[in-house]
Design a binder for this molecule. Structure first.
Ligand code: PMP
Length: 387
């Protein structure tokens, strides 16, 4: 049967090779055959983020990974700066406060990037232990300017924590890479399994560099147990050890998912996502649908698209879903005015060519002008020219 084109901001379409891995026989979590697979998955995760430290892969969602990232480096009473470009950036405010951190936030207008100068000024007040930045905010489709932000944060002596949930394996997140002139580096990257990696939801993944691991050491006892990386370090170094039962089948799936990512090649995969994002936005532009983010700040993985006059959100998404293409509504004040379309993971030019036509069919049904041929042609031309 034809699978749904699941183009929400994640989960993304799961390909058969990954389903096959997921449905393999559940071995003991201490079985050497499983331990080998877990070790491979850990190594591939290190390769994905190029960390000189350690990665942690635990059962849970992206939010648990967000929690793991901050509780291990910021103590209650210490200052956390949240740089937010939307709904998921804001989540760190509540999260930090729940753990008694002294949270301050800089919030960009939705659809815009934060001004790095504003971040510099805020950090100049002093005392910030860490800064969170959301690589791609899933509410707006805006990508963060790492080139500008990483040096600003590192110059202030704070740890740089990157939420890569809607970016990892679709947009470069290289912890070895030096940003700016001083070679400033990302200290922590976190993600989930269900977006550009292309695996079902269920894993929280966090990478710490050496500075971040040292920051954990300095804290001593922390108010966490399941998310305390010190409890997981021995397991990540030797996955045959027990701390809490790993989600065996999800680890099979992650290992397969990362094998597929690495077989494509990181550079090629990042380029494909950039081309796809651009082509989707230009093609939808032909239908009079405008992205919330301008092309300079738009994310390769996901777009928030404003409806043209006279298109009803619920009717549009229902009719499109009936044709096999599932997109998501917009959040907060954009609800009803825009929809969100994910273009990430193990998806193809062919799938999106079809989706652009089906979106056109839906718009015609809803009384909009017929621009299907031009939109589909635009999609393929832009995609091919950007690859
Ligand atoms: N951060 C970002 C950027 C996200 O897109 C999401 C999920 N949409 C999360 C965090 C939270 O992840 P989860 O829903 O898996 O807990």
């Amino acid at each position: 049967p034809n699978k749904e084109m699941l183009f929400i901001p994640g989960p993304t379409p799961v390909i058969d090779e990954i389903y096959d891995a997921l449905s393999s026989e559940t071995w003991a979590h201490t079985d050497p055959r499983f331990v080998r697979i877990f070790s491979e998955a850990i190594q591939k995760t290190k390769d994905l983020f190029q960390t000189d430290g350690e990665v942690f892969i635990i059962a849970g969602s992206g939010t648990l990974a967000m929690e793991m990232a901050i509780v291990n480096v910021v103590a209650p009473g210490e200052k956390l700066l949240v740089v937010s470009q939307g709904y998921f950036g804001d989540r760190f405010i509540d999260l930090g406060r729940a753990f008694g951190m002294e949270v301050e936030a800089l919030q960009a207008e939705w659809g815009k990037q934060i001004d790095p100068e504003q971040v510099r000024q805020k950090l100049a007040e002093g005392g910030f232990k860490a800064v969170t930045v959301t690589h791609v905010d899933t509410s707006t489709g805006v990508a963060a300017d790492l080139e500008a932000l990483v040096p600003v944060v590192k110059e202030a002596g704070a740890l740089f924590i990157l939420d890569g949930v809607c970016a990892a394996a679709g947009v470069e997140e290289n912890m070895c890479k030096g940003y700016g002139n001083g070679g400033a580096k990302i200290d922590i990257v976190l993600t989930g399994s269900q977006k550009a990696i292309g695996v079902p939801p269920g894993l929280g993944i966090v990478a710490f560099n050496r500075s971040a691991l040292a920051a954990r050491e300095e804290l001593g006892q922390i108010s966490a147990y399941y998310t305390d990386i010190k409890n997981w370090l021995p397991i990540m170094n030797n996955p045959g050890k027990y701390y809490a039962t790993p989600p065996v089948n999800m680890i099979y799936a992650l290992n397969k998912g990362l094998e597929i990512v690495m077989a494509e090649g990181l550079e090629a995969r990042y380029r494909r996502h950039r081309a796809l994002g651009r082509a989707v936005r230009e093609a939808l532009g032909v239908y009079g649908m405008k992205a919330l983010a301008t092309e300079e700040v738009a994310a390769p993985t996901l777009s928030c698209i404003l409806y043209p006059q006279g298109v009803d959100d619920a009717a549009f998404r229902k009719s499109l879903a009936d044709k096999g293409v599932v997109v998501a509504g917009a959040l907060a004040s954009l609800a009803g005015k825009a929809f969100r379309i994910g273009h990430m993971g193990n998806v193809t030019e062919e799938m999106f060519g079809k989706a652009i036509r089906l979106i056109g069919d839906t718009l015609v049904e809803l009384g909009q002008p017929d621009a299907r041929d031009f939109a589909v042609r635009t999609f393929h031309e832009v995609y091919q020219s950007q690859l």
